[in-house]
Design a protein around this ligand. Structure first.
Ligand code: ZN
Length: 461
């Protein structure tokens, strides 16, 4: 595989290189022979979804038109858009799942993600008394069928209570059995303590998740504190306390991380409280990573309780990810959570688009901000789910093992139809030559692709 006239985003200076890769190794790297005015391509570390629900993308725009094997969900479109409605409608959708449906929607999402430059993801799959292991089995097939393109890490996920309600114990048993039966394909355990009907059961949920993750040697992932009520019970502290009591740092494999998603409640806390939380995590040497999920959070949070009398002042809330990293010293990243369902009924799930939104959401408009936001959908996202970043850094030299990278191509000109009777006047295209260019203005999907030595070598043969 030859890559001509590329700029390595992680190298300062913007030098242009010709690279030759074979047998999975960078064989040569030299100054480009391309003409000075030839458009360069930008080579970036690939993107990662640290948190995405792979059993429920595109429910609202389902595949029912293709065949009767694919359920019709159109009656479950949001009416109020509320969180309770989303939970309720998603429960109804789950009752209609078929294996073909989950596989097709999942494959559409994974393929779209790959085209957007994603090479790794943590895929949440609900396992409970409604779905059983049907979605899990479909996602295990996806993991195998896309293994040459995407490192798909499965998180067996308890969206429903595992203690409260008449189904709590059953849900818990089904999940534990799935971990035993499909353990070789499951790399993380996820739970949602806030859906339990009491504070006591939320704590039991956390305790159970920690014990079970340790027992099965998997990563741990919580949906936590999904509210903007500063007076509500706050569960990050119990998570840290219980991780400490269970001696997670000593007992868990060093590679296993603890991820906390949503956690919009943190955005209501005073600065000192955030520093105290960070201190607690550092003192216990816990590999805790926070995942901000702003596209879902802004849609769900800060809703008026009464549409008629609601003030137009409606504070929204999502984790202040750049500030958590820089000011508080926490590990944090960004994810898309959902696409095309009642929790997030919009978007394409593009991580670069998410990073771009971060510029406005976090008022983060400097070049350094752009690089931080890119890392939040790339290297920091991979770290959160326990994946290595080796091979993606700067200083790529001859002999370096090649890992699939994201290539953003530039064109020399833009072409639009001329005025009638007038000649076409090509417009010089703006060139994307650094990380800020792709964060401030995400490139079109058709101009980006994952470059992998294995695939290119096979194509060349
Ligand atoms: Zn989620």
């Amino acid at each position: 595989m030859k890559l001509e006239n590329v700029i390595l985003a992680n190298e300062p200076g913007g030098a242009r290189w010709d690279l030759e890769v074979s047998d999975g190794v960078l064989q040569s790297k030299g100054a480009t022979n391309a003409a000075p005015d030839a458009p360069s391509s930008l080579l970036l570390p690939p993107l990662c979804h640290p948190h995405v629900h792979l059993d429920k993308p595109y429910i609202l725009t389902c595949n029912h038109g293709l065949s009767a094997h694919h359920p019709d969900y159109t009656d479950l479109a949001p009416r109020s858009g509320s969180f309770d409605e989303a939970l309720s409608n998603t429960s109804k959708a789950k009752e209609r799942y078929t294996a073909q449906d989950v596989y097709l929607r999942g494959s559409q999402f994974v393929a779209t993600s790959y085209q957007q430059g994603v090479t790794s993801m943590r895929a949440f799959v609900e396992v409970d008394h409604v779905t059983g292991t049907l979605p899990l089995q479909a996602v295990i097939r996806l993991k195998q069928d896309f293994s040459h393109l995407v490192q798909l890490q499965i998180c067996a996920f308890a969206q429903d209570p595992v203690f409260s309600t008449g189904h709590g114990q059953e849900n818990r048993s089904i999940l534990e059995k799935a971990l035993r039966d499909y353990g070789s394909d499951i790399e993380a355990l996820g739970s949602t303590p806030y859906v339990e009907s009491s504070q006591e059961d939320s704590i039991r949920n956390i305790d159970w998740a920690i014990r079970t993750a340790l027992e099965h040697h998997v990563h741990l992932d919580f949906h936590l504190d999904y509210n903007l009520d500063s007076s509500a019970a706050f569960l990050v502290e119990p998570v840290i306390r219980l991780l400490t009591e269970h001696q997670w740092t000593r007992r868990a494999d060093k590679s296993k991380t603890i991820v906390i998603g949503h956690c919009s409640h943190l955005s209501t806390l005073p600065a000192q409280k955030m520093l105290d939380i960070a201190d607690g995590i550092r003192q216990q040497d816990l590999a805790v990573h926070f995942v901000g999920l702003p596209t879902s959070d802004l849609f769900m949070m800060g809703r008026p309780t009464d549409e008629q009398t609601a003030p137009h002042s409606r504070p929204r809330g999502t984790l202040q990810v750049p500030s958590m990293i820089r000011d508080v010293g926490l590990a944090a990243c960004l994810g898309v959570n959902n696409v095309g369902n009642a929790f997030t009924p919009y978007g394409t799930g593009d991580p670069l688009q998410l990073a771009c939104w971060g510029v406005g959401l976090y008022q983060a408009g400097t070049v350094d901000d752009a690089e931080l936001l890119f890392s939040c959908v790339s290297s920091r996202a991979r770290e959160a789910i326990g994946l290595s970043n080796t091979g993606y850094g700067g200083g790529m030299e001859k002999g370096t093992a090649w890992r699939p990278m994201l290539l953003v191509e530039n064109t020399k000109t833009m072409r639009v139809p001329p005025r009638p009777g007038c000649p076409e006047v090509p417009i010089p295209a703006r060139q994307r030559v650094s990380i800020k260019d792709v964060v401030w203005d995400p490139p079109e999907s058709s101009l980006r692709s994952v470059v992998s030595c294995a695939h290119a070598c096979q194509t060349n043969r």
